[in-house]
Design a protein around this ligand. Structure first.
Ligand code: GDP
Ligand code: MN
Length: 395
């Protein structure tokens, strides 16, 4: 789950990281601004759209203003709109609130983040003197400007590692100590809050030499939602993909993708292998969907409905291995779903394992236009073929 910037900054302040004073506005209220606007030494404020996306600056979602009246004006212009950024897709995300802070006098922008390096199977801290912009672009054009500290999980981030990063960034004097303190607290927040990513971009050197947290992004691990109940309850579902949100409510593991071939699989590893096979057969998966090892007919029905809500889907590939779950139960779920929603998309079903034959028989006798396949590679090929056919037919 992603947090808004204002929530991310509050999470950071809980571990003792200094963040700017702020005012959160859910409407452009002159009264609220008059009474609660944090004072600004520079006489300037920044008004920032709260959406689950970066690159807001370039999209007009971060505005520098010079008076309380202008704060209200900027808030009015942003709240109630949808912000389209380079990361959101054309529909953008709803702006239901803006965060107002005294503007920092930025002299330099650094990048600092903590995340998991899956290949190394370690938490890593990443820092760059080229902050402010998209870090992927820096990594592509200036890989030498990206510095990493790999954390030993038993020891945690060591102070010397944080110091190394500070020197790599070119920090001097008191900045080094400030950076080390910040880095250690950041690592603590990452571990204690079950984060997947905490990013400060930019971490700014402001006039006078201090370091300031200008922007913050936090993503928490969904699997630890139950341990972080206070944050989980505050998640802003208005910012989430509606299909993914529905999936969470039904206990399904669903990720929207760009392709046209939906898949429904039990088990995350099998789901990934199935997506690979779809690509290998020349198709593009429309989603990742793991209905779980011990799934039920009701869950399969919900999964089918979810898949069919995606207008891009031109074929469906069901790949179930009946280990814990029985294939006849899966077949029942498919039939139930077909009864509830018009199953007008060509569907290939591959059932293997416990009661597979019984499941296949149920599907064959149903009179539904389902294609049964025993071999997984053949099933993927068939799904791609059917998707191509239905596209041609639509033309
Ligand atoms: P993002 O575009 O969504 O990552 O939003 P940021 O909060 O990172 O803001 C984008 C850019 O706006 C930053 O990289 C800064 O250059 C600029 N910016 C944001 N806040 C301030 C501020 O307080 N003062 C100044 N001078 N620039 C700011
Ligand atoms: Mn940023």
């Amino acid at each position: 789950m992603n947090l808004h910037e204002y929530q991310a900054k509050s999470l950071l302040s809980e571990v003792g990281i200094d963040v700017p004073p702020n005012l959160l506005l859910k409407q452009a209220s002159a009264k609220q601004v008059a009474t609660a606007l944090p004072s600004s030494e520079t006489g300037r404020w920044v008004v920032k759209a709260q959406v689950h996306s970066g690159a807001r600056g370039k999209a007009g979602g971060v505005r520098l203003v010079a008076s309380g009246d202008e704060v209200v004006e900027a808030a009015d212009a942003l709240i109630g709109t949808r912000l389209v950024t380079g990361q959101t897709g054309p529909a953008g995300l709803p702006v239901d609130a803006v965060l107002v802070e005294p503007a920092a006098k930025i002299e330099h922008e650094y990048y600092l983040a903590v995340t998991v390096d899956r290949a190394l199977q370690r938490v890593v801290m990443i820092a760059s003197p080229q902050g402010g912009m998209d870090i992927e672009a820096v990594a592509a054009s200036h890989p030498e400007a990206i510095f990493r500290a790999v954390v030993n999980p038993t020891v945690g981030l060591a102070a010397y590692q944080a110091r190394d990063l500070a020197f790599a960034l070119g920090l001097e004097g008191p900045q080094v100590k400030a950076f080390v303190g910040l880095a250690l607290k950041l690592y603590r927040a990452f571990v204690e809050r079950d984060a997947a990513l905490i990013e400060i971009n930019p971490l700014a050197r402001v006039e006078g030499g201090d370091l300031a947290v200008v922007d913050a992004k936090v993503s928490l691990d969904d699997n630890a939602g139950y341990r972080q109940a206070d944050w989980w309850q505050q998640r802003d579902v208005a910012q989430e993909d509606p299909a993914e949100r529905k999936a969470i409510d039904h206990g399904l593991n669903y990720v929207s993708l760009d392709g046209n071939i939906a898949c429904m699989v039990n088990g995350a590893g099998l789901a990934m292998a199935t997506m690979d096979l779809i690509q290998h057969a020349g198709g593009m998966p429309a989603n990742f969907l793991d209905v779980g090892g011990g799934t039920s007919a009701a869950k399969v029905t919900e999964a089918f409905k979810l898949i069919l809500e995606n207008p891009r889907v031109e074929a469906i590939l069901v790949n179930i291995f009946g280990g814990i779950v029985r294939c006849d139960l899966i077949a029942e779920g498919i039939l139930e779903a077909a009864r509830e929603v018009a199953l007008d998309v060509p569907t290939v079903v591959r059932l293997a394992g416990t009661n597979a034959e019984q499941g296949r028989r149920m599907l064959a006798e149903s009179g539904l236009a389902l294609t049964a396949e025993d071999d997984l590679a053949a099933a993927a090929g068939r799904a791609v073929e059917l998707a191509n056919k239905s596209r041609e037919a639509a033309r």
